[in-house]
Each structure stands twice: as C-alpha cells, then as structure tokens.
Design a protein around this ligand. Structure first.
Ligand SMILES: NC(=O)c1ccc[n+]([C@@H]2O[C@H](COP(=O)([O-])OP(=O)(O)OC[C@H]3O[C@@H](n4cnc5c(N)ncnc54)[C@H](O)[C@@H]3O)[C@@H](O)[C@H]2O)c1
Length: 445
C-alpha cells in the first residue's frame, strides 16, 4: 500500500521508516528542507536507536523518500498520516495546534479523490471535531475521512514500538475509515497478537492524554515517596521493588530520580491539566497539578543532594556531568531534566563539564555557556563530583569506568540522580555513592 507521513520529526520519521519496513511504499513530507535533505540521504536528523538502519535500507531501495511538497503526497497516495508537532502554547494554556491544523489545511485542498487522513499527533479533546470542520470547508471532494490514531511509542524504542505496538487505538466514525486503517495496519494486525481498539474520536483523544498523564503520575508518585525516604532514612529503591511485586502496581516506570521530561510527558500533562481545569473536571486538574509540582521538585532535590555531596557548596567546584538527553536511547533534549539540572548548577557557580554520547551537539546548541567534554573520561578530569544525569548504560553499567575515573577525578564522589547506577564497582573503587531517596553509601573498607 502507498502511504504518506506528514511531519518527519521524532514520531513521523520513525513511523515512516516503520511503514516502509512493514512493506508499504512511503513518502514523508517534512516542511524543514534541511531535515528533509538529511532524511533523503538515508540518515536521521536525530538519534533514535535502530532508525538509521531502516532509513539506510529503505531510502536507497526507493521504498521510502522525503519531500517538502505536500502536493507530491496528495498525488502519491490516498492515506495520509499526520505526525506534526503539538508543543505547549507559550502561555501554558494547552497545545499550540498550529502545526496540525496547518498540515490539514494545506493537504486537504490538494486531494482530488477519496482519501483517509490519520492523525497520530497528541491533541486536546475536540481537535478532531475542529479538523472535521476544516476538511468540510476546504475539501474539493466529498469523501475525505478523518481518523485519530494516537501514537504510544517510547522515544529510544520508537522503531521497535512502531513495528510491534502494544495496541492500535483508532477513533473513527465510518466503516470506510475502519477498512482503510485495517488495510494499512494489516501487517501488524495479521500477527494476531494485539488488539485494535476502535472508539469514537473523542475517546481516542482522551485515552492518549490519560495514558501519558498516568505514566507521569506513576513517576511522580514514586518520586513523592522518595521525598519521604529522604526524611526517614528509608531506601526508595527497595520500597519501589517491594511495591511493584504487586501486579496491580508493577515495576515498570517505578524508578525514582530526576522526574519525567522530553517532548511529550511534560507538555501532555500540562495540556491535560489545563483542559481538565477549563472543562470543570476539578479532580483531574488538581491531581495533574500535583503530578507536575512533584516533578518540578525533583530539580530542587537533586541540587540539594549534589550540594550535600560537595560538602555544602557548589560555587567554584567542577562537576563531571554525564548526560544531556532527556533519557537514554535518544538525542532529544527537549525539556530534558538533565539539562535543566546542568543549567541550575551552572547558575550556582559550578563549572559543569558535560558529556553525552548522542545529545552532545544538541546540548552545545541549546546551552553553549556550559563546558563540554568529548568523552566520559575527559568529563571526569579534576572533577569534584561525578553526576549521572541520563541513564546511558556506558555511564551506569561499565565496570571499568569507576577505576578509570579514579585516575582523573579530584574526589571520588558520584551522585546518580537517575538511581540507575550499578554501585558495586564504584564502591569497590573507593567512591562514595549518592542516589535519590536512599542513604548514601561509603566505599568498601
Ligand atoms: N516524540 C515521541 O516519541 C512521540 C510519541 C508519541 C506521540 N508523539 C506526538 O507526536 C507529535 C509529533 O511529535 P514529535 O516529537 O515527532 O515532534 P517533532 O517536533 O520532532 O516533529 C514534528 C515535525 O513536523 C514538521 N512539520 C511541522 N509542520 C509541518 C507541515 N505542515 N508539513 C510537514 N512537516 C511539518 C516539523 O518541521 C517537525 O520536523 C506530537 O503531537 C507528539 O506529542 C510524539
């Protein structure tokens, strides 16, 4: 089948590559000419595990190509995915839907035969209804279907999650739309191991918002418990483990630390909280406000822990700062808790020497005033403390790193604000290990 994907960012480029891998012929429309040109070389403009491999396979084979011209997409296919961005409005009052509305307003008048538009972007409830009015106003042909198919992929696992999703959720209003969706997802549905959940559009819109907010709430819940552990001397990692054995709770998403970040959860929780408040759903709004407040508080908790590890003063101290991406597996630094923390420590007078295996260029661009290192060990040179701010395995599980860092660092103190560190080799190499919500550990005697 032929498909188009409009908006080739973190979601759209991954989706386009996955659609090609599933056997479709794909055209990606990307408004930014530089991103488009990079994708046409068979490489991604951002790091996402496994994405370059798919682009390198399908772009040269002619199964996947990219254009800046939506007219090419309208001529090429009758099924168009919309994957443009929905950032938070600058005033925080919900999403800025300009990119989604713009994509639909541009595409619809170009369509000259029956077609299906499949929205994947995360939107406020009511957006599908708004877009349906735009389609009715702008369409040259009567039969343009609109479906909402929210995306649940996780950055860092985007390719895998696109090829093997947990479920396909579609909000739609007609059998024609349902048939188009069943056809495009046939390679996935044919495996027979996942459900296609079919709802009305507003249910699909709310389900996506509710799912992301629940994930954020789970993270904030264990982080709120970490606050209690800090004050009682309890160990939050053991608390989370003990809690998660209960299948109703589970262990996934229960790692305490620096809180959630990235291009999705922060803005999705904020937008859902705002929408809930506006519509008078006071319970939901209050709960989501608390989720956000706990998340903001993690920055303060991390600064306190690092300051304590430094003996009470950050000014003039050198911090080996490992991590800039909002999480491991991506180069994405949007609303990255790691970079927010680096910035705060810089403001407090520390020299923050940062390294990240994939997000270094993005960090240099967004935070040029920080200091940077070209590799992990260089970052640790003369450091008063090593801070692990993104849970890349090369920071957290490399058994050789503690000994090598011992040769360079001024003080053998590591602060892991992601609670991801395998502490034993660090303790054995003479380091003091600090983590969030649990007592500090001193080196083995
Ligand atoms: N990033 C994720 O992991 C993820 C996961 C699930 C859902 N989502 C949702 O998917 C949507 C996209 O997120 P993202 O992270 O990919 O954003 P992004 O900013 O990385 O990508 C959006 C892309 O769309 C392009 N664009 C904007 N207007 C366009 C137009 N009219 N025509 C063609 N291209 C256009 C932009 O240049 C950009 O490259 C958001 O609603 C987000 O909430 C994202």
């Amino acid at each position: 089948m032929r498909v188009s994907v409009i908006g080739c960012g973190h979601l759209g480029a991954s989706h386009a590559a996955a659609m090609a891998e599933l056997g479709h012929e794909v055209i990606g429309v990307e408004i930014d000419p530089d991103k488009c040109a990079t994708l046409n070389t068979g490489k991604s403009w951002f790091y996402e595990a496994g994405l370059n491999e798919l682009l390198a396979k399908h772009v040269p084979a002619g199964r996947l190509r990219f254009t800046t011209d939506p007219a090419e997409a309208a001529a090429f296919t009758d099924l168009h995915f919309i994957a443009t961005g929905t950032p938070l409005r600058e005033d925080g009052r919900g999403y800025d839907a300009t990119q989604v509305i713009g994509a639909v307003e541009t595409l619809v008048p170009l369509i000259d035969r029956p077609a299906t538009i499949v929205g994947k972007s995360t939107v406020t409830v009511g957006t599908v209804a708004t877009l349906q009015k735009i389609i009715a106003d702008k369409a040259r042909v009567p039969s343009i279907e609109l479906v909402w198919n929210p995306e649940f992929l996780r950055e860092g696992h985007a390719v895998q999650d696109s090829l093997f999703p947990d479920r396909i959720l579609v909000g739609l209003t007609s059998d024609t739309a349902r048939k188009a969706i069943e056809e495009v997802f046939a390679p996935i549905l044919g495996r027979g191991d996942i459900d296609m959940v079919v709802t009305d559009p507003q249910t699909a819109e709310v389900a996506k918002a509710a799912a992301n907010s629940y994930l954020a709430a789970k993270i904030s819940y264990i982080n709120a418990v970490a606050e209690v552990c800090d004050l009682t001397g309890a160990n939050v990692d053991d608390v989370a483990y003990a809690m998660g054995i209960d299948k109703r709770i589970g262990h996934a998403g229960m790692r305490p630390g620096l809180g959630y970040g990235g291009g999705c959860l922060p803005k999705d929780v904020a937008a859902f909280a705002y929408a809930a408040g506006e519509m008078g759903a006071a319970g939901a709004a209050g709960l989501l406000d608390a989720v956000q407040a706990v998340n903001r508080g993690r920055q303060h908790a991390a600064v306190n822990l690092i300051t304590h590890a430094l003996g009470g003063n950050t000014r003039g101290r050198t911090i080996a700062f490992l991590g800039a991406a909002f999480k491991a597996g991506t180069s994405d630094v949007r609303d990255s808790p790691a970079l927010h923390l680096a910035e705060r420590l810089h403001q407090l007078g520390a020299t923050v020497r940062l390294f990240d295996p994939e997000a270094l260029d993005n960090a240099r661009r967004t935070h040029p005033h920080l200091a940077f290192a070209d590799n992990t060990l260089d970052a640790t040179t003369d450091a008063d403390v090593v801070v692990i701010a993104t849970e890349w395995p090369e920071f957290t599980t490399d058994p050789k790193l503690p000994a090598a860092a011992s040769e360079r660092a001024k003080t053998r103190t590591v602060v892991d604000v992601r609670n991801a560190l395998e502490a034993a080799p660090w303790l054995a190499a003479g380091w003091t290990v600090h983590q969030m919500g649990r007592p500090s550990r001193n080196p083995d005697a």
